[in-house]
Design a protein around this ligand. Structure first.
Ligand SMILES: Cc1ncc(COP(=O)(O)O)c(C=O)c1O
Length: 469
């Protein structure tokens, strides 16, 4: 007999199987019974799936899990994607099955109200007043574009005589590439996204920024936006928002904070006062919940100091969806770039209401402290060199040999990274800073301990010796 794919009892029994599978995945990850990843070549992976036939949901799900990187493994110390809280991930199933479109209120009443509630908490924690607002969108890349589109509309409304070719964005050379991509997408010439040099801790050089801004203005340009990194991607460095907000005011430009990774530090009083002072002065800020808020991807808050600025980018007419009322917080597609979106707010809402914002703050403090412990561990070692003192949970360092050239050290560290990935024991990443190849770690996982970090260092030393580096 053919299966009825809408049958409820089948859904129930398959659901239990999937949960069992996922619980087994968590157990084998937590206990390190499985590798972090078992990477094969793209050709081999494509071939596997090309020749694959699905017998049932459970075995397909099992193969998916086995062939995927495990972010819940304590030795996952790589990119800035969260190892989500398992109970929060369960809510993803509800969102997917309900499939409320969220573009308009009727297509997601609970989701819309919940999203507004979540946005209020973000705004309060930033220190914005009740005139602020925002929305959730699909990732930091889109969020930065959306905020900068508002900056562009704001700037052109204030200077109607100006044109897009005349607008400039000033940002650290260490900013995420999506800032430049956003500028180009909105029609700015690539050279108008001006990359400012950084200091020895990879924070934007504010004197240089000031100088470049004045030169642009003198030659007739307009500073559309100053963008602060909070923090930068490669080294996790926080730009000085106090100084940047003063400069932005002086230039009469829009201050945008890219807090995709580090913006969630607003939930720790200690970190906020150390790293995000004056963040409430920013015209806009974005924060990825799927980075430092233990939430599955994608979920990014786009927050505006002045609510009216969250409406200025998009003014399309859509008779089948909503009317032309200019400011309408309930029909989210009036402000988001996307129309249909999943019930993004529910996971963050659960996090805020059930666990509390302090839980997030404590988590970020813990990860930052652990990264500092790693820094202390290798800073004095003759076998390592660190690129910077960590301001967040990101650290760049390299295996180091006295008298070896940078060229040789680059080769050695590349071998180390490739070997460690092939072994499946640890997942660490890399970056180039001033033509030097660094190993790069982001300690995302709550399960990662100092013991795991020490064994990673030990593993790196072993590989260096074994491969006769
Ligand atoms: C500082 C910063 N901004 C933006 C992004 C892009 O965010 P997403 O990957 O959510 O699009 C990243 C991603 O790593 C980031 O580190």
């Amino acid at each position: 007999m053919k299966e009825d794919h809408f049958d409820i009892s089948l859904f129930r029994s398959k659901g239990y199987q999937i949960i069992d599978d996922l619980a087994n995945y968590l157990e084998s990850s937590y206990k390190k019974y499985r590798p972090v990843l078992s990477l094969v070549s793209p050709e081999e992976e494509y071939k596997f799936w090309e020749n694959y036939s699905i017998t049932d949901l459970k075995s397909f799900n099992t193969d998916l899990i086995e062939r995927s990187i495990s972010l819940h493994h304590p030795n996952y110390i790589g990119h800035q994607v969260s190892a989500p809280l398992p109970e929060i991930a369960l809510l993803g199933l509800t969102s997917e099955l309900l499939n409320n479109g969220m573009g308009i209120y009727e297509m997601g009443a609970a989701g819309t109200a919940i999203e507004q509630n979540v946005i209020r908490q973000f705004c309060n924690s930033i220190g914005y007043d009740s005139n602020s607002s925002g929305f959730l969108t699909s990732g930091g890349t889109l969020a930065n574009l959306t905020a900068l589109l508002a900056a562009r509309s704001y700037c052109l409304a204030k200077h109607p005589e100006s044109s897009i070719e005349n607008l400039y964005i000033l940002v650290s050379e260490q900013a995420h590439f999506c800032i430049e991509r956003a500028g180009i997408t909105m029609g700015l010439p690539q050279t108008n996204i001006v990359k400012i040099a950084v200091d020895d801790q990879y924070r934007i050089d504010t004197l240089e920024l000031h100088k470049r801004a004045n030169a642009i203005i003198q030659s007739g340009g307009l500073i559309m936006s100053v963008v602060a990194c909070a923090c930068s991607t490669a080294t996790g460095s926080y730009d000085d928002i106090v100084v940047l907000s003063k400069i932005s005011k002086e230039l009469d430009s829009w201050l945008h904070v890219d807090g995709a990774h580090g913006g969630a530090a607003i939930f720790s009083e200690k970190l906020k006062s150390n790293l995000l002072q004056s963040v409430e002065q920013a015209d806009s800020i974005i924060i990825d919940a799927h980075k430092m808020m233990l939430t599955p991807a994608l979920c990014t808050a786009v927050l505006f100091k002045k609510s009216e600025n969250s409406y200025i980018s998009f003014k399309q007419k859509a008779d089948y969806l909503f009317d032309q009322i200019s400011q309408d917080p309930n029909n989210l597609a009036k402000r988001t770039y996307e129309t249909t979106k999943y019930m993004m707010g529910i996971k963050v809402y659960y996090l805020f209401k059930k666990l509390g914002v302090k839980y997030i703050g404590d988590y970020i403090e813990r990860q930052t402290d652990l990264t500092l412990q790693l820094f202390d561990l290798i800073n004095d070692s003759p076998n390592f060199e660190v690129a910077h003192r960590p301001m967040s949970n990101i650290l760049c360092f390299r295996y180091w040999i006295k008298d070896a050239t940078d060229e040789k050290l680059n080769r050695i560290n590349q071998t180390i990274r490739n070997t460690i990935i092939d072994s499946g024991k640890f997942y660490i990443v890399s970056t180039w800073l001033n033509d030097i190849y660094y190993l790069r770690v982001t300690i995302m996982n709550v399960l990662t301990t100092i013991k795991d970090v020490k064994s990673m260092i030990h593993e790196i030393e072993e590989i260096a010796i074994r491969t006769s580096c």
